[in-house]
Design a protein around this ligand. Structure first.
Ligand code: ATP
Ligand code: MG
Length: 507
């Protein structure tokens, strides 16, 4: 019989003790006492935080939104059809957050950043809070770099700067989405990462945007966040914050981003639905009292950061839909007051065949002109002035039959300038093309061309400019100040106009 060795035994016991770890986990658990319409009222979660994620028994995730004295009101981000009265709810201790990273580029995700394009998992490098506070005053810098949309009418008269928030507002079917998508297309090769957030739209509309972006090779630098019309209101409410969070990842790394919220009216409606179900008191147009904060805390996250912060930027183009052009409704006035300007699209203009249907008179950009390139600034001033005079004259000339020659000339010029601003979808123009287009218009090169031939004149002009010395120097210097570039431009437009005139007289 082997002798018992006390040393060995005690060492084993000691080892056991040192390896013994108490696994305490305190869980906060509550019980559902009322459920329906995507809202749950929960008893017993006394320590829940506002915005905390809750997990229901069937795995559905909810967010605690109403913290009341005896219960918690939560919205569910899923159907949750199996949840009953008496089901258990677990507080996760986490405020809503999503994974972020550059692997999201080229992907389509839902508002919880889960891929829905069937291309597999997204490897994320880190995660960020869905609701994070906006950069403060010190961390910011004034907007000074331009973000070109590729649309002549916008880049010349309503210029947008990196870090600006510019609202696109108009009735339904007036080309709001088209402007936003064109702007994404124009960022190709410009190191601007884009996020397109589709809220409450038809799945077919979203599919169309995706196919345009794919066809033009713009998906490589774009993330799409989508909550279509059939998703629960909670997800539609969250989608813009998800978009902002995905973009912030790039912004805080010193890169440039562009976020499009298409559209915030639908988000406000989703929020109204949630709030009414949570029995929050309704206010104007039945929206809850904090609907201004809903949009201001989102749009304040767009910024141009200073150099210590890396110099990144987030430009936001929120879209708002109006009814019958009424900009004085609740949501339009709110968002107009939050943003740095608006591009107003009008149904009348759209129907009269002018597209993009921008109403220049009431569209503004409050900070963008500081960012406009010198070359564009030089030619745009004249364009703006002549268009304004034209608008006045046109209204006035409707009542008189015989007009003097000067007035007739001015009207002819105005009609042609308006023609210049028309632009088909998905065909953004470079700076040199835009400057030459405006230059030709305001310097009288198209005054004698019949209106119906202007389109072909412009197409020809743009082809003529390819690989010219003018285009090369302008794209490099972005100014027209020095005599050489201005002369090159003049020479180009003159040569081409002569050729064009010969061609149409031959016909
Ligand atoms: P909704 O209110 O449905 O979201 P919307 O205001 O976003 O509409 P779009 O879907 O962008 O409008 O455009 C409406 C229609 O106008 C589309 O059929 C589109 O192809 C057409 N359209 C938009 N811009 C142009 C353009 N510049 N040239 C020609 N057609 C255009
Ligand atoms: Mg649209």
């Amino acid at each position: 019989m082997a002798k018992i060795q006390p040393d060995e035994i005690s060492s084993i016991i000691r080892k056991q003790i040192s390896n013994y770890k108490k696994k305490f986990k305190i869980e906060s658990i509550g019980t559902v006492f009322q459920i329906g319409d995507g809202i749950a009222r929960i008893y017993g979660l006394n320590e829940a935080m506002a915005g905390e994620l809750l997990e229901f028994a069937d795995g559905t995730i909810g967010i605690a939104l109403n913290l009341e004295s005896r219960n918690v009101g939560a919205v569910m981000m899923g159907q949750g059809t199996n949840i009953q009265e008496g089901s258990i709810v677990r507080a996760t201790g986490r405020i809503a957050q999503i994974p972020v990273g550059s692997d999201f580029l080229g992907r389509i995700v839902d508002p919880l950043a889960r891929p829905i394009d069937g291309q597999g998992e997204i490897l994320s490098e880190e995660s960020r809070l869905l609701e994070s506070s906006a950069p403060g005053i010190i961390a910011r810098k004034s907007v000074f770099e331009s973000l070109e949309t590729g649309l002549v009418a916008i880049d010349s008269m309503i210029p947008i700067g990196k870090g600006q928030r510019e609202l696109i507002i108009g009735d339904r079917q007036t080309g709001k989405t088209a402007i936003a998508v064109d702007t994404i297309l124009n960022q190709k090769g410009k190191s601007v990462f884009c996020v397109y957030v589709a809220i409450g739209q038809k799945a077919s509309s979203v599919a169309q945007v995706v196919s345009t972006l794919k066809k033009q090779g713009a998906m490589d630098y774009t993330i799409i966040v989508t909550a279509t019309a059939d998703t629960p209101a909670t997800l539609q409410y969250l989608a813009p914050y998800t978009g902002a969070t995905l973009a912030e990842y790039f912004m805080y790394r010193g890169q440039h981003t562009l976020v499009i919220y298409d559209d915030l009216s639908k988000q406000a409606q989703a929020y109204r639905e949630m709030s009414l179900l949570l029995r929050r008191p309704p206010g104007r147009e039945a929206f809850p009292g904090d609907v201004f904060y809903l949009h201001s805390r989102l749009l304040e996250r767009a910024a141009k950061l200073n150099d210590q912060m890396g110099g990144g930027s987030m430009t936001a183009l929120p879209i708002v839909e109006t009814q019958e052009g009424d900009v004085s409704a609740y949501i339009p006035t709110n968002v107009i007051s939050i943003t740095d300007g608006q591009i107003f699209l009008s149904a009348d203009i759209f129907n009269s065949g002018i597209r993009p249907a921008i109403n220049i008179g009431i569209s503004v950009s409050r900070v963008g002109s500081a960012a406009q390139s010198k070359a564009m600034k030089k030619v745009a001033g004249q364009l703006k002035l002549e268009l304004a005079q034209f608008a006045e004259l046109e209204a006035f000339s409707q009542f008189s039959s015989d007009l003097d020659q000067t007035t007739q000339n001015q009207l002819a010029r105005g009609e042609r300038l308006r023609e210049l601003l028309k632009q088909p979808q998905a065909s953004p123009l470079s700076l040199s093309e835009q400057v030459a287009t405006i230059y030709a218009g305001t310097n009288g090169y198209i005054d004698n061309i019949p209106i119906e031939k202007i389109r072909s004149y412009l197409i020809g002009l743009r082809q003529f400019l390819v690989n010219t010395k003018y285009s090369e120097t302008l794209e490099k210097t972005k100014t027209l100040d020095d005599e050489t570039t201005a002369n090159l431009l003049k020479q180009c437009v003159e040569d081409y106009s002569k050729k064009f005139r010969e061609r149409i007289t031959e016909m």
